[in-house]
Design a protein around this ligand. Structure first.
Ligand code: RB5
Length: 151
C-alpha cells in the first residue's frame, strides 16, 4: 500500500520510527509532515494527507500530533475520511475490522514508540471484516456526511 504520513511539531519525534516501520512492512510512505520543532497548526498537515486518501493517490493516511485529537477532529471533517484516534492495539484492529478506517491518528505525547509501532502494525495488517452489519454502519456514516458535510 501507499501511506501518506502527516505530523505537526508535536509528532515529529515518532516520525522516523513510523516511516521505517511502514517501509519494513513493505509499504511506501509519502511524508507530508512538518520538518521543524517550531509550532505549526495541525489542520495544515491533516488536510493534505486526507486529500491524498480521498483522491486515491494513497491507500491510507497516518496522522500524529501531541494528542492525536486535533488531527482526528480535522481529518473527520473531510468527506470520505474515517479517522480513528487510537492508542491501543485492540482498537487499532477493531477500527479496521468494524469501521474500515482509512486514516489513523495517534498522539506522540500519549504513546511511546514501542506501542505506536504495535498500533501501526495492527492497523496496517488488519482488513475490513466486510460483515454486512459493518458495511451497513459505514454506509450510515456516509449518509451523515451527505447530509451535513457539503462540498
Ligand atoms: C500542539 O501543542 C498540540 O496542541 C497538537 O499537537 C495536538 O495535540 C492538538 O490536538
Amino acid at each position: 500500500m501507499k501511506i501518506a504520513l502527516g505530523t505537526d511539531h508535536a509528532g515529529i519525534r515518532l516520525k522516523e520510527d513510523i516511516i521505517k516501520l511502514i517501509t519494513d512492512l513493505g509499504h511506501e510512505v509519502e511524508d507530508l509532515s512538518c520538518n521543524c520543532e517550531t509550532s505549526v497548526d495541525y489542520p495544515d498537515y491533516a488536510l493534505p494527507v486526507c486529500e491524498k486518501v480521498i483522491s486515491g493517490e494513497v491507500d491510507r493516511g497516518i496522522l500524529i500530533c501531541g494528542t492525536g485529537i486535533g488531527m482526528s477532529i480535522a481529518a473527520n471533517k473531510v468527506p470520505g475520511i474515517r479517522c480513528a484516534l487510537t492508542h491501543d492495539v485492540f482498537s487499532a484492529k477493531a477500527t479496521r475490522e468494524h469501521n474500515d478506517s482509512n486514516v489513523l491518528a495517534m498522539g506522540e505525547r500519549v504513546v511511546g514508540p514501542g506501542l505506536a509501532a504495535e498500533i501501526v502494525t495492527a492497523w496496517l495488517t488488519t482488513d475490513f471484516s466486510q460483515g454486512e452489519r459493518h458495511i451497513g454502519r459505514v454506509s450510515k456514516i456516509k449518509a451523515i456526511e451527505d447530509r451535513y458535510l457539503k462540498v
